[in-house]
Write a protein that binds this ligand. Structure first.
Ligand code: DUC
Ligand code: ZN
Ligand code: ZN
Length: 478
């Protein structure tokens, strides 16, 4: 087994930072040492197989992106990143684990949907991966199958209050699924938007000739998110289910979460980089030479981008500081403009919903440290430690300590990252939703279970390095 010493860096955790060397044996961390430590009169550095010099750099637990959609069949097409391309891009960006959503479609058995997802991922991933289960058809058989998911290492499932006719569950179905959540301890993850009402608004806009991508965000008004978030909270209260609301973008939805949490309910929420940085106004202003006003399709996702004037982005950052939101995931769901987003050229409802960000989450959140929105420790907590705790991986992942997997990122605060299609882009997309973003920091070296997979700008890992992660129940609830 290879022994590695990451020396001279500042090890950053969710609770502090310290100058320390990290000793790795094979796939695991075995010790945090005083810098320059000796063993039986010999420097540790001289006795290991490999030394990674982290002088002047941060040494952090690898990022965990708990919300991704590789190869998701959606909107008449399929998300453009495969498990291979998406996890490789993740590694480039300092993410060393993902939790993707296995899908049960309407009429399908959960067992079959899950098996299909294992087939897509197995042997293809660059980093470790786990699954949540999307339940797109709540019925007696799926409720019974859901209860067995924890035995498979799947301790969370997602329901949709949006997308009627696709993934939508009505309140009766949600109630029944939440009873399973209560009985098993599985976390209910909720896409909280009032889908039926949104569909009416969207139809009315199209009838008025308002078909540009911008109107996607008008139809999906924040009231639709606030209302659904409140309803999900009340159903969770009634049933006693723990609730995790995904991709929160409206400040009013955060207020609902804060209200429920203040009353002692087990309710959590994530936001995504797009809701921290991008806005509806940016989407309206976007009209490039190639796509004209359809340029805005690049940022069509659900929940949608929100108005900056209304202060949603500011509220998201604030909620990350106050712990009204606990985590940042990407909802990575990439589509190309060509042949995919352009399905909605004449009708925004036909644009496949999704943004690709898996490669940039760690950088974009680090920029929040640079601009003073969050601390260095909170950066680690939001992107790695809490995702591990929330989804039953903590101890193995999300922390640098003896016994933990050596998933480690050496991050250079003196480096620089220029995001753009021609510059730093490894996702399988023909555009970048983050073109032109500049980051005052850079991923330097990435280790996945002790193996160096990214060195500088080079990927040096291999397809199939990543293993399936059997997760336990949420450790955030204990
Ligand atoms: N939102 C998206 O933007 N894409 C995939 C599914 C979702 O809920
Ligand atoms: Zn969703
Ligand atoms: Zn999603």
């Amino acid at each position: 087994m290879t022994t590695t010493l990451i020396s001279g860096g500042t090890v950053v955790s969710a609770t502090g930072r310290a100058a320390a060397d990290v000793l790795i044996d094979g796939e695991q961390v075995v010790a945090l040492l005083q810098p320059g430590s000796e063993l039986l009169g010999t420097s540790v550095a001289a006795s290991v197989d490999r030394v990674i010099d982290a002088t002047g750099k941060y040494v952090i637990p690898g990022g965990i992106d708990a919300h991704t959609h590789m190869q998701l069949p959606f909107g008449g097409t399929e998300a453009s990143d495969t498990f291979e391309s998406g996890t490789r891009a993740a590694a480039h960006g300092g993410t060393t684990s993902i939790i993707d959503f296995a899908v049960q479609t309407y009429g399908q058995r959960i067992e079959d949907g899950l098996a299909a997802w294992h087939e897509k991922a197995a042997g293809n991933c660059a980093i470790d991966y786990g699954f949540h289960q999307i339940v797109g058809d709540v019925n007696e058989a799926s409720l019974a199958a859901m209860a067995k998911l924890p035995d498979e290492g799947i301790s969370s499932f997602k329901l949709f209050m949006a997308y009627p006719g696709v993934f939508y569950s009505d309140d009766a179905q949600i109630l029944k699924a939440m009873q399973v959540s209560r009985d098993t301890g599985m976390l209910t993850m909720m896409h909280a938007e009032n889908g039926p009402a949104i569909d009416v608004l969207a139809q009315q806009l199209v009838d008025q000739g308002k078909t540009d991508p911008y109107y996607h965000g008008i139809a999906r008004a924040w009231e639709m998110e606030e209302e659904a978030t409140h309803r999900a909270i009340m159903l969770a209260k009634l049933t006693g289910a723990p609730l995790y609301v995904v991709h929160v973008s409206a400040k009013q939805a955060v207020e609902q979460l804060a209200w429920a949490r203040d009353k002692g309910q087990n309710v959590y929420g994530e936001t995504c980089p797009q809701y921290l940085y991008l806005s509806l106004e940016d989407q309206l202003g976007a009209s490039g030479p190639e796509w004209g006003s359809f340029e805005g399709a690049k940022w069509v996702c659900s929940t949608p981008l929100r108005s900056r004037e209304e202060g949603h982005q500011h509220s998201m950052w604030q909620a990350l500081r106050t712990n009204d939101l606990q985590m940042v995931s990407t909802d990575h769901c990439p589509f190309c403009m060509k042949d995919q987003k352009e399905l909605g050229l004449s009708d925004f409802r036909k644009i496949p919903n999704g943004i690709g960000s898996i490669e940039h989450r760690m950088d974009l959140m680090y920029q929040g440290v640079v601009t003073g929105e969050i601390t260095l420790e909170r950066w680690v907590e939001l992107t790695s430690t809490t995702p591990a705790r929330m989804f039953g991986l903590y101890g193995r992942k999300g922390v640098i300590q003896p016994g933990a997997d050596a998933d480690i990122v050496v991050y250079d605060p003196n480096g620089h990252t220029s995001i753009g299609l021609e510059k730093t882009h490894h996702m399988n997309m023909d555009y970048s939703a983050w073109e032109g973003y500049e980051i005052d920091g850079k991923v330097d070296t990435v280790l996945s279970r002790g193996k160096v997979v990214v060195e500088g700008d080079a990927y040096v890992g291999a397809k199939g390095d990543g293993r399936f992660l059997k997760r336990g129940l949420s450790q955030y609830l204990i």
